[in-house]
Ligand binder design. Structure first.
Ligand code: ADP
Ligand code: MG
Length: 342
């Protein structure tokens, strides 16, 4: 602790492909979609987060909404940096300060991103007054956030199903022993629903509507204990061009998502088959932990459990498990030094 530490603020960031979350003083102070809206003529960012999300799919030719981290990679560096910048500046406690504090930050990054992209994220953070910036891989942060004691000589399997990627990792002794990242996650599920509506109902729906269907009645299996009610969906009729409404059920959505979920199952099976036997023995006893928004798809835990013959647990508040873990690292920097990427 230095004399000027009172000028330093600590923040933990989960820079997700779908949602960005920030913890400051043990509280989640930002929880917003990773979206920016840009004016095409001036190039200026006019909105980020929730405000930009509201514009999605409803823009005209002069405004464009961008998901800077789509597919688990940084698709737009400039937009990502501006987004991080605006989210940090929006933290109420920091806005009140008359001196911009220097920041100690731990940032969780999608594990698919390259060295170059990692450096870019770090530099972006440094430009917003990040004096000490540490990065952490997503499955590690998820495991810590779930409450797994990652430092133990014991294997644990964590699956984080986000927007762009599903990260599967076996963790022991503070390191990732084997892992796999597949680009099948929430966004693909949403697109599957768009495609299903188009081909089965001749109904053209936008991404926002498809995501709403996924959250309201989405399912990973037709065999649900508590099935949701049917849902009315509005869109455009592909044949007549007129707005129309159809009714759909979770069974249909389970059919629409089946192929994608099969690919996640395959990736899980492959990771299990690469797990060293002693750790596999641990996982037999501890089971599999799920985190990320995608893990909330109805029946997904049950389906994975049937496939692997292992118990599957969903993290408490799965959308926040990663930022929770990132926040725990921030508060215990010396304990977790070895899992951070400096
Ligand atoms: N109840 C739900 N059922 C199914 N999917 C959900 C649910 N809630 C959120 N999602 C999906 O979870 C994804 C976002 O998860 P998140 O963990 O925030 O992703 P990321 O870490 O990539 O930002 C989105 O694709 C969203 O549609
Ligand atoms: Mg995430």
């Amino acid at each position: 602790m230095g004399f000027f530490d009172f000028l330093t603020e600590e923040i933990a960031i989960d820079l997700g492909t779908a949602n960005t979350l920030i913890i400051h003083n043990d509280k989640v102070v930002v929880d917003a979609p990773s979206i920016v809206a840009r004016d095409r003529i001036t190039g200026k960012i006019i909105a980020v987060g929730r405000e930009a999300a509201r514009m999605q799919g409803k823009t005209h030719e002069n405004i464009k909404t961008i998901r800077p981290l789509k597919d688990g990679v940084i698709a737009d560096f400039d937009a990502s940096e501006k987004m991080i910048n605006m989210f940090i500046k929006d933290i109420p406690a920091l806005k009140k300060r008359w001196l911009t504090p220097s920041l100690r930050m731990v940032v969780c990054i999608p594990s698919g991103i390259t060295e170059v992209e990692m450096r870019a994220v770090k530099e972006s953070c440094e430009r917003v007054n990040g004096k000490e910036v540490y990065l952490i891989h997503e499955p590690m942060a998820a495991a810590i956030g779930i409450g797994v004691d990652i430092m133990q000589p014991k294997g644990n399997m964590v699956i984080d199903i986000g927007g762009g990627t599903t990260e599967i990792a076996v963790i022991a002794l503070g390191g990732i022993v084997c892992d796999k990242s597949v680009k099948i996650a929430g966004d693909v599920f949403t697109n599957d629903i768009v495609y299903y509506m188009r081909t089965q109902h001749n109904l053209y729906v936008g991404e926002r509507t498809a995501e709403k269907i996924k959250i309201q009645i989405g399912a990973a299996t037709e065999d649900l204990e508590l099935p949701p009610e049917e849902m009315d969906v509005q869109g455009r009729d592909l044949l007549t061009g007129k707005p129309k409404q159809v009714q759909t059920s979770y069974r249909e959505i389970a059919k629409a998502l089946d192929k994608s979920i099969l690919r996640i199952e395959d990736a899980v099976m492959e990771t299990l088959s690469q797990t060293p036997p002693e750790l596999a023995a641990d996982i037999y006893n501890t089971g599999i932990y799920l985190a990320g928004g995608g893990s909330m798809l109805r029946g997904l835990d049950k389906r994975l459990s049937q496939k692997t013959d292992l118990p599957v647990y969903i993290a408490e508040d799965p959308l926040r498990a990663v930022v929770r873990g990132t926040g725990i690292c921030l508060k215990n920097l010396s304990k977790y030094k070895s899992v951070l990427i400096k």
